[in-house]
Design a protein around this ligand. Structure first.
Ligand code: CP
Ligand code: NVA
Length: 304
């Protein structure tokens, strides 16, 4: 059975813990005979860099395809792109506009091509892996099984990043509060829904409620890729949810501050906080590469 890595909610807690352990290892024999396609329908710095360097760590080779080259559903169908890639690649790691296209490609290739989600509008699972590795480094001596009881507050638009992060944290026994104005709260979706995971999840409009006792304060952009037309309204609606010195003072003393990046300094987070002593954003970036190793090892393990 081909394994895929498309959402965190497809994993058991044990599988998530195993992937996090594998993420920290470098073994150049894992992808020795593998060609990996990296497909990006949207821009990327960190994810592309992490995917390319992680494949190199594991001994494989990558080809990069941008949006214009691939032309998903404009130049040819998602199904035919998948069928084509499956002739030459063992793995396609893809950043797609529409999450549902993973399923189209999976069906069309009859599971002959392993798929990794490098972000869709619904989920960003490799980011979530990097984030739990980072939290573990700061709060649990690097052991993700030590995250039980850690309190994580997320402020702002409840994005793809927030969804995957919340699912991963709940699987690991952390408690999660998502604070957002009602229209920006967790959307109903069959995919990567933290409400489907048992654990301590709070959805609130109250910033003080979310931040009380928080060990981690996390935020993401208010204007995710594809939502640029709503920028002005979003800045207005979400302004009160900025992570700044005043909001940070409501969390536990010494709480760590996280952001998936790219940051919009002065919008969802201030320079002072992003560049301040509590920020761990560069460690998150470091672990993007570890996380990609974990995801790649996970899908290859089945072959071995
Ligand atoms: N955090 C993240 O996915 O960054 P990129 O969009 O630059 O890949
Ligand atoms: N929520 C953001 C994450 C970027 C890494 C987006 O979808 O654009």
């Amino acid at each position: 059975m081909t394994r895929h890595f498309i959402t965190i909610d497809a994993l058991s807690r044990e599988q998530l813990v195993a992937i996090c352990a594998a993420a920290r290892e470098v073994d150049a024999s894992v992808l020795e005979h593998d060609e990996i396609a990296l497909v990006f329908e949207r821009p990327s710095l960190r994810t592309r860099a992490a995917a390319a360097t992680a494949v190199h760590d594991l001994g494989g080779r990558v080809t990069f395809f941008g949006d214009d080259e691939i032309g998903l559903d404009s130049r040819e169908s998602a199904e035919d792109i998948g069928r084509t890639l499956a002739q030459m690649y063992s793995v396609a790691a893809m950043r797609l506009r529409r999450h549902a296209d993973f399923e189209r490609i999976r069906r069309a290739t009859q599971d002959s091509l392993a798929l990794i989600n490098l972000m869709s509008e619904r989920a960003h699972p490799t980011q979530a892996l990097a984030d739990v590795l980072t939290i573990a480094d700061y709060l649990a001596d690097g052991d993700v099984t030590g995250l039980a009881g850690v309190r994580v507050a997320y402020l702002g638009d409840v994005t793809n990043v927030a969804r995957s992060l919340a699912v991963a944290l709940l699987l690991l026994g952390a408690s999660v509060s998502l604070a957002a104005p009602a229209p920006y709260q967790l959307a109903d979706s069959a995919v990567e829904d933290p409400r489907a995971i048992s654990g301590e999840l709070t959805l609130t409009e109250s910033i003080p409620e979310a931040l009380e006792g928080a060990d981690v304060v996390y935020t993401d952009t208010w204007i995710s890729m594809g939502l640029e037309a709503e920028a002005a309204r979003r800045r207005q609606d979400l302004g009160a949810f900025q992570v700044n010195d005043a909001t940070l003072a409501l969390a536990s003393p010494g709480a760590i501050v996280m952001h998936c990046l790219p940051a919009h300094r002065g919008e969802e987070i201030t320079d002072d906080v992003l560049d301040g002593p509590q920020s761990v954003v560069w460690r998150q970036v470091f672990h993007r590469r570890s996380a990609m190793r974990g995801a790649l090892r996970w899908i290859k393990e089945e072959d071995q």
